[in-house]
Design a protein around this ligand. Structure first.
Ligand SMILES: CC[C@H]1O[C@@H](n2cnc3c(N)ncnc32)[C@H](O)[C@@H]1O
Length: 474
């Protein structure tokens, strides 16, 4: 039975041996040699230090293309023209599914034809050597961004390759991303990733870990997202990770988003061990975008405004081409500059909005209910508690494609556009909190002259791409 316990050294070694054979580049990994490589990197490339020493929100886009030279050119452009403070390397979908053979074909095809059929950088195929060329070429810290339920080989290779930040986690890269991986399997496999990050950390190379806060990216109630961040942060801390960035996806109501970011930092500091440096990252709207680029820039600007008020440590920016999919480098850089413009204009203003503290108190109370139920389900063990709480539905994620979550919870926006819950399923929540949600949703029902129903959810899902926040009836 797996528990929230540090995996022993012999198990770390056994798994390391096991995964190396999954692709030839696995044999390039040599831990002691990799430590020396990291020690050779200049301070400005040390991700955790740069992130944790900043005095205002740092901006980071998503970006990944198959060929190494193109990835270098892309990141140089985003750093130069986009003024990104931190850079990504977004990994392709085949690699995320451990389909290294298909990723190899895609990479060779790109090299032969110049046609990019892969939707990201196949880091396992590039290997330690290829990753290091990228790290050498770019004069800023770079994070591995992906969506991999079994990220063990990707971590071993990219850590050895000089990356010092790694996104994801056993819940946040399972529930929203996959049907076929069980939660127990992904928790066990991410314990390896975190133990490896911890092993680097113990040798002075702090690997930053960033659980994926947005989850399904569609109307996720803030307390559910924050509870999952606290769980993944705890699991990483147990394995020795000491730099943890907890994430949160913008829902679009400024009061609720600022309150959620405040609660995320406060609860992260409270729930995670004192030896962990806890930072926060705000993801600009992860739901459907307007096809019109001017409107899309409006969504991005609202994200910048929210970040200026809440001041998270990091902001993951979007591009005006979000509706179309993977953006051009120009559009990606534009999203960075739009965000920067709004932050720089608003951050020196003392913007005091009524209701933030009240909403933050509510979000904190909700999150504590969820954390209490996890600890009760597991008799104090977070791994067993998480597994059992998801099984019983006491913990749940709306619209989750994964069988590991009931998906019985249904959110809808209230009359102010804040995300509330109108179908609770078996989510563990105090009755008086349920009454608060019910009252706020019925105020919207009155305004719209209709009953609270799934119709509201469906209308809300498309509202922002249709240019609004709340899915009012036509
Ligand atoms: C989590 C989904 C987000 O990741 C973005 N994304 C996925 N792959 C790439 C990519 N290769 N380059 C830039 N952005 C990307 C996508 O546009 C969406 O905003």
């Amino acid at each position: 039975m797996i528990r929230d316990e540090r995996i022993p050294a012999d198990q770390l070694r056994r798994i390391d041996e096991e995964i190396r054979s999954d692709w030839p580049t696995g044999d390039e990994v040599d831990f002691e040699e990799a430590i020396r490589y990291h020690e050779s990197l200049p301070d400005r490339k040390r991700f955790a230090d740069v992130l944790e020493s900043a005095d205002k929100p740092l901006l980071q886009p998503r970006a990944g293309v198959p060929r190494l030279e193109d990835q270098i050119e892309l990141l140089e452009y985003l750093h130069g023209e986009g003024k990104a403070d931190l850079l990504p390397t977004t990994i392709d979908s085949y690699t995320r599914d451990n389909e290294y053979e298909k990723a190899q074909e895609g990479l060779e095809n790109a090299r032969e034809t110049g046609e990019d059929t892969l939707n990201g950088f196949p880091a396992v195929n590039h290997g330690v050597e290829g990753c290091r060329k990228l790290i050498e070429a770019i004069d800023a810290p770079i994070e591995v961004r992906h969506g991999t339920p079994d990220a063990r080989l990707l971590a071993a290779i990219t850590f050895a390759g000089g990356f010092q930040s790694f996104e994801g986690g056993p819940i946040s890269y399972n529930i929203p991303y996959t049907k076929r991986h069980g939660l127990e399997e992904t928790i066990e496999r991410w314990q390896f990733v975190d133990r490896l990050a911890g092993a680097y950390t113990e040798r002075g190379v702090r690997i930053n870990r960033e659980p994926f806060g947005p989850l399904t990216g569609t109307l996720v109630p803030p307390s559910i997202a924050i509870a999952i961040m606290l769980i993944e942060g705890q699991l990483a801390a147990t394995q020795g990770v000491r730099s943890i960035t907890l994430g949160y996806g913008q829902v679009g109501n400024v009061v609720q988003d600022v309150a959620a970011l405040n609660a995320l930092q406060k609860l992260g500091d409270e729930f995670l061990p004192d030896e962990v440096v806890v930072t926060t990252v705000f993801h600009e709207w992860m739901g459907g975008f307007p096809p019109d680029e001017a409107r899309a820039n409006g969504v991005i600007g609202l994200g910048g405004m929210t970040a200026a008020i809440a001041q998270p440590d990091k902001v993951i920016t979007k591009s005006p081409q979000e509706f179309q999919g993977v953006p051009t480098k120009e559009a990606n850089a534009a999203g960075l500059r739009t965000t920067r413009q709004v932050i720089d204009m608003a951050i020196e203003q003392n913007i005091d909005i009524d209701g933030i503290q009240e909403e933050q108190d509510l979000i904190e109370r909700e999150t504590r209910c969820l954390m209490d139920t996890v600890l009760e389900h597991g008799d104090g063990d977070v791994v067993q508690g998480t597994l059992k709480a998801f099984e019983s539905g006491a913990l749940d994620v709306p619209f989750a494609p994964s069988d590991s979550a009931r998906g019985a919870v249904l959110p809808a926006r209230d009359d102010d556009g804040r995300v509330r819950i109108f179908e609770w399923g078996d989510l563990a929540m105090d009755d008086d909190i349920k009454e608060i949600h019910k009252a706020r949703l019925s105020r919207r029902a009155d305004t719209e002259g209709r009953d609270q129903s799934f119709r509201m959810v469906a209308d809300d899902v498309d509202a922002i791409s249709d240019g609004k926040l709340i899915g009012r009836p036509q």
